[in-house]
Design a protein around this ligand. Structure first.
Ligand SMILES: Cc1cc2nc3c(=O)[nH]c(=O)nc-3n(C[C@H](O)[C@H](O)[C@H](O)COP(=O)(O)OP(=O)(O)OC[C@H]3O[C@@H](n4cnc5c(N)ncnc54)[C@H](O)[C@@H]3O)c2cc1C
Length: 286
């Protein structure tokens, strides 16, 4: 289908983009890589009056070392995230999960900021940055602010971004020594969306898992932290059996959807199985 008519502007700076958004009122929308928004426009599920194209803004792209954290520009494409040496060294979970997003064409255009701002519960990166305890950096007409990941995802396709605000970057704490990671994605076919995904981090110490963090994809309207499984894994022996037992708590507190690709109970089962695998992988035994 052909999208409804809209105005289009390509600002030369973040400041100009904020101004353009403010000038466009409630019906103005940002477009970055267009990999989520363009399909919505073509289906006429979205019909903004103005598109503010931030895809050309170099200031939103790239990865910066900020001491104990990395700052990843919102306009950094999945492809660049996967290839970035700083991300691979300090937050490899993001690169691993980004490598499972769609296909090479989508990964070359789609951005990390677009994936997070779009807030699709089936998207891979929201659960990953939830597990990594990231912070979202935002700029709007009122200036800059920071939003912790636990407060960023509000509901299905809904974030804490206020009208006129642009997500500029994600600050991700570096993983220290002893931490391992694994993203497990169960998908109907290669290069497809997750039916369920599990992002796991584990810090191994002396044959045990000292600490674990787990984010679940597509197990609710927003990414879910599997706190009960995290607590059960902390202190467990780093064996498949012990971690599978901890993973038995993975779906507690989740609210998975039932749809054509899977019933809620099936998703709960997948979450438990995949969490066992992801924890084992993160602990270096899987
Ligand atoms: C065929 C196909 C398969 C896909 N498979 C997967 C998959 O397996 N896993 C997965 O996670 N994703 C998948 N996706 C989705 C896609 O990869 C991401 O959602 C996409 O990368 C979003 O980034 P974008 O830059 O293209 O965002 P856009 O499409 O440009 O924007 C998406 C939304 O975010 C807003 N937005 C974008 N950037 C900002 C910003 N900086 N600040 C504020 N708002 C912003 C826009 O206004 C819009 O509402 C798939 C997409 C396609 C087309």
């Amino acid at each position: 289908m052909i999208p409804a008519q809209f105005e289009y502007t390509r600002p030369g700076s973040l400041g100009e983009a904020i101004q353009a958004l403010a000038g466009g009122g409630d019906d103005a929308k940002v477009i970055a890589g267009g990999q989520s928004l363009l399909p919505l426009l073509r289906l006429r599920l979205a019909y903004p009056s103005l598109l503010v194209d931030i895809g050309g803004l170099g200031e939103l792209r790239g990865v910066r070392d900020a001491g104990d954290a990395l700052v990843i520009g919102a306009g950094t494409t999945h492809y660049s995230v996967i290839a970035d040496p700083l991300i691979r060294e300090h937050c490899g979970l993001i690169a691993e999960a980004a490598g499972t997003v769609a296909d090479p064409a989508v990964r070359h255009r789609g951005t990390i900021g677009g994936s997070l701002a779009h807030a699709d519960p089936a998207g891979d990166l929201p659960a990953v940055i939830a597990a990594l305890d990231a912070t979202l950096l935002v700029t709007g007409p009122g200036g800059e602010r920071e939003i912790g990941v636990a407060d960023f995802f509000v509901d299905y396709l809904t974030t804490a971004l206020a009208p006129g605000e642009i997500l500029t970057a994600v600050r991700v704490p570096k993983l220290g020594p002893g931490w391992g990671f694994r993203y497990e994605k169960f998908q109907p076919t290669a290069q497809a969306w997750a039916i369920v995904g599990v992002a796991a981090l584990a810090r191994r110490d002396n044959g045990h898992v000292a600490e674990a963090r787990i984010g679940l994809t597509n197990m609710g309207a927003v990414p879910v932290r599997a706190h009960a499984a995290e607590a059960a894994a902390a202190g467990a022996q780093a064996t498949r059996e012990a971690l599978a037992a901890a993973a038995g708590h993975a779906d507690e507190g989740s609210d998975p959807p039932s749809d054509l690709r899977g019933a809620a109970d099936y998703r709960r089962h997948l979450a438990r199985v995949l969490t066992g695998r992801a924890l084992a992988g993160a602990a270096g035994i899987g």
